[in-house]
Design a protein around this ligand. Structure first.
Ligand code: SF4
Length: 311
């Protein structure tokens, strides 16, 4: 790994380090559940949701929504301050689709999450088909006082796969969302999943190539994992698809990073599989080992993010 003043520089543009450089200290995300739903779960688009979606809708069960948003923020800050002496925080709306409500309701909820003086940013996770110009204008207003991100769940650019995983939106929805979000002071992050059923390594790398020139600011990479009580679990138990091996994942992630422009921040290189509900792969439980192996693979290749990026 390359050395840089005060940091051990990764071979990729690590988001946490980017934040540290920007704000002069480590910045922590407070994950929030504001009680939103998802149109792909409530029957508006389809019933049942994405085939990999568990009950919590991509949300850590460590947090429940019995507390108000403001209380969740305060509790989260207190915990992080006493545990890590943390100073700065981002309110992160993670559960379900956090723009899935009328604009006036969204405004009230987002406002509540920003009341604490140590909150310096707002990050909103949502589906690309759950935004419109009005909602983007609202979110854009926060950019004058806060560091703002919107995180779009894309997963793959291939409509065939999006269809298969019952995503309920297509790649064009994502492109439209990016288009209306760009140049509004909002940073854009795309979530992708590596290892989706039916996708070859070439398919996965086509997603990287497509993202490279969109002018987005961040990418969050997830490993496909099978969670309890999901449609994916049934398919997995019926041997309908194969999960990637650790070696395949590590190599594909490195290939993916090589294709992204160096300025894109990398928010994650694998999700946090919740042990209590994780069916497979087991090796995701050793996440540090996995992240180290990705570092080592990049070192071995003498490679880095952007090495094969062609504008
Ligand atoms: S969009 Fe998110 S919350 Fe909705 S069904 Fe898919 S994974 Fe679940």
């Amino acid at each position: 790994m390359r050395e840089r003043t005060g940091f051990v520089q990764k071979q990729y543009n690590q988001y946490s380090q980017h934040l540290e450089e920007l704000f002069g200290c480590k910045v922590y995300k407070i994950t929030l559940n504001a009680g939103f739903n998802c149109p792909n779960r409530d029957g508006t688009i389809s019933s049942g949701g994405c085939i990999f979606c568990e009950e919590g809708g991509s949300f850590s069960r460590a947090h429940c929504n019995t507390l108000s948003v403001q209380q969740q923020v305060e509790t989260g800050i207190e915990k992080l301050k006493s545990r890590f002496k943390a100073q700065k925080f981002i309110s992160y709306f993670q559960a379900y689709s956090n723009t899935y409500a009328p604009v006036d309701k969204l405004e009230k909820i987002y406002d509540k999450s920003l009341l604490h003086k140590d909150i310096i940013g707002l990050s909103i996770g949502t589906r690309p088909d759950c935004v419109n110009k009005e909602k983007i204008n609202l979110i854009s207003n926060y950019a004058s006082s806060h560091y703002v991100w919107i995180e779009y769940g894309l997963q793959t650019i291939h409509n065939k796969t999006l269809n298969f995983i019952n995503r309920g939106h297509n790649c064009q929805d994502f492109l439209y969302a990016v288009n209306i979000t760009k140049n509004k002071g909002i940073n854009i992050c795309a979530h992708v999943i590596i290892g989706l059923p039916g996708e070859t390594r070439e398919d996965i790398l086509e997603t990287a190539k497509a993202l490279a020139d969109l002018g987005i600011n961040g990418v969050k990479i997830h490993l496909l994992c099978v969670l309890k009580n999901t449609k994916l679990e049934k398919m997995y138990l019926n041997n309908e698809f194969q999960l990637l091996t650790p070696e395949e994942y590590i190599e594909t992630v490195c290939d993916f990073l090589e294709l992204l422009p160096p300025e894109i921040t990398i928010h994650r290189l694998a999700g946090n599989g919740l042990k209590q509900i994780l069916v497979a792969p087991n090796w995701l439980c050793e996440k540090f080992k996995l992240l180290n192996a990705i570092d080592q693979e990049l070192e071995k290749r003498n490679s880095f993010q952007g090495l094969k990026y062609i504008k």
